[in-house]
Design a binder for this molecule. Structure first.
Ligand code: GCB
Length: 595
């Protein structure tokens, strides 16, 4: 699905701002027809934002169920004769949308966009009302999974992942216009032939088919370097300036639909970073050169906004990443806002792109978060319906992010149960699906400590081994000497599998400002010593091609369970982005290694 943009033939209007808002704990809105008119007893709510921490009180923070949003907007007069679309960049976790009381779309899955053609419902120059009901409930058939428990004091949302179940309209909502005959989708795959960049493309158009497709490729200075016609083909760029880590060089492909009389019907600008990605033996190659991932697992989570996208934090976080010497991150544990990938494309930052499939592991759920124990895969828990929802989030992720040069690996799940036959049956078709959708990028999943080397039934399906390990934190707590021995032993066993290994998580909870002479868990000194121990282990195993510390910054978690104090504190930066001692230590390591 193409991201809305302004071009000579297209126009977009953001609906960001203050919307009317009302929580609906009783679930009465639908039957009372709240989509038909102004919301009764509405209060103001910024979009984009999670609603949870914007309002004050447990009613919003721990709300379970529907939340209603409404705004009005003028459809610009100049859009007469155009196709008008309403697009929601994300609604967490499910939503239904009405325009002037007419239902136009529903969507499940909290981190990918959805849109509807509303041309027939609008009159350019006149106002429309947009109503969205967002539901935050998770079940065993959603990705991520969870369940709602009826307690004597009301409904409670339980889930098996370690971050707060923020909800709401987390990203932009757009009204946009295109010609009726328009570019519908573009796929770009790049390759190298010596020093010549090869850009394979495929364009699908919708509407009238009496047109030709013309593609003009310009370099960053605006000079045309190649052009061709046809819905599918290739462009060749002699002595191409490659997209590379640290060098986010982008070409611009102007994709035009041209009428028989030569008039341009529609134009869409697709950024193109020419680069290759390849796994060879234990190496991860970008443009044929070995790449070592330095960076973080992160979260979209900032004070008050929760998961609401915010350009201020986007740029600030990326500046901090640059300061510390990071070159990459994983979108743990869900697809991030599209603005994030565009920034990464432009700045040469490498991304491991992850689906929202987190918490598919009742072994961890019982152990860490408490609560009743379940079987992970069973007809009553994660079943064929869940797998279809999982397939759908993979489809939507690849459809949205396939053209980003920054994305170099698809991670189809974080820490699922992976040591059982049931896990293999569940996952085998999902690996196949990801490869079928995109044969050009390595596919992997993130392995959990409960499935150590020799027990994992999924790792042979992955192109890259991604391991989350907490030696010295969840095991051998406080005993870094024994942790180092055990960790090295396990890692050397994985190295024997002959694939590149990325350590996608290692970290220690740390209270900023807590100090100790000898490294005690929770102190800043312990976090530094813990990271140093890990680095000694990584540096001794050649197959390790990356280290992503857990986590970039402290983040919010559910308040059920005694494992977390004021959220997860494994951040190298605090929730408000101040450095802990570990930030300076990492900077020393990561900037010294910079070529
Ligand atoms: C993990 C999970 C991550 C948690 C982290 C922790 O393995 O992937 O979501 O937050 O451990 O801090 O326990």
């Amino acid at each position: 699905m193409l991201r809305p943009q302004d071009t000579p033939t297209r126009e977009r209007r953001s609906l960001a701002g203050l919307w009317d808002f009302r929580l609906d704990a009783a679930g009465e809105g639908l039957s009372s027809g709240w989509y038909e008119g102004p919301l009764p007893e509405a209060q103001a709510m910024p979009v984009p934002a999670s609603y949870n921490d914007v309002l004050v009180g447990t009613h919003s923070r721990d709300h379970v169920g529907d939340a209603w949003y409404r705004t009005t907007a003028f459809v610009p007069r100049g859009w007469a004769g155009q196709r008008v679309v309403l697009r929601v960049d994300s609604a967490t976790h499910a939503a239904t949308v009405w325009v002037d009381g007419t239902e136009v779309m529903s969507h499940s899955g909290g981190y990918t966009p959805f849109e509807a053609d509303i041309t027939d419902l609008v009159t350019p120059g006149e106002q429309i009302a947009v109503t969205v009901v967002v539901n935050n409930e998770l079940s065993f058939q959603t990705i991520p999974p969870g369940y709602v428990e009826d307690t004597p004091q009301g409904r409670r949302q339980r889930y098996f992942h370690d971050f707060y179940n923020f909800a709401g309209l987390h990203r932009q909502v757009w009204l946009y216009a295109t010609p009726h005959t328009h570019v519908d989708d573009i796929t770009v795959v790049t390759d190298l032939d010596g020093t010549t960049g090869v850009v394979h493309y495929r364009v699908t158009a919708a509407g009238d088919d009496s047109h030709d497709v013309r593609v003009r490729l310009r370099d960053a200075e605006g000079t045309e370097v190649a052009r061709t016609t046809g819905p599918e083909g290739e462009l060749r760029v002699v002595d191409a300036h490659l997209w590379a880590p640290g060098d986010g060089y982008l070409y611009d492909a102007a994709v035009e639909l041209v009428a028989p009389d030569g008039a341009v019907i529609d134009v869409y600008h697709q950024s193109v970073g020419i680069r290759t990605v390849e796994v060879r033996g234990t190496e991860f190659l970008i443009n044929g050169s070995p790449f070592y991932f330095r960076g973080f697992g992160r979260h979209e989570d900032t004070p008050v906004r929760g998961k609401g996208h915010d350009d201020v934090f986007l740029v600030h976080d990326m500046e901090l990443m640059s300061w510390i010497g990071a070159n990459s991150f994983r979108t743990s544990h869900y697809p991030y806002a599209e603005e994030v990938y565009e920034y990464a494309d432009r700045h040469g930052i490498v991304i491991i792109d992850e689906t929202p499939a987190v918490g598919l592991n009742m072994g961890i759920a019982g152990g860490i978060f408490g609560g009743p124990s379940f079987e992970t895969f069973s007809p009553e828990t994660l079943n064929a319906t869940t797998r279809e929802a999982h397939a759908q989030v993979i489809r939507e992720l690849v459809a949205r992010d396939k053209n980003h040069p920054s994305v170099v690996i698809w991670s189809i799940a974080n820490e699922p149960e992976s040591h059982t036959e049931a896990a293999r049956e569940y996952f085998e078709p999902l690996f196949a699906l990801a490869r079928e959708l995109d044969p050009t990028r390595p596919v992997g999943f993130v392995n959990v400590m409960l499935s150590p080397h020799g027990t994992c039934r999924l790792s042979d399906l992955a192109d890259v081994l991604m391991l989350n390990r907490y030696y010295g934190w969840y095991v051998q707590t406080g005993d870094l000497a024994n942790a180092e021995t055990a960790w090295r032993t396990e890692l050397e066993a994985w190295a024997g599998d002959g694939k590149p290994i990325i350590i996608t998580e290692y970290g220690a909870d740390t209270i900023a400002g807590l100090h100790s002479l000898t490294p005690e868990p929770w102190s800043e000194e312990y976090q530094v010593a813990y990271l140093e121990m890990n680095h000694r282990v990584f540096d001794s195993v050649d197959a390790v091609v990356g280290e992503h510390v857990w986590n970039f910054a402290d983040f919010r978690t559910s308040s059920g369970g005694v494992f977390r104090v004021d959220g997860n504190k494994k951040g190298v930066f605090t929730y408000d982005r101040r450095p802990k001692a570990a930030a300076h230590a990492l900077r020393t390591r990561w900037t010294a290694e910079r070529d």
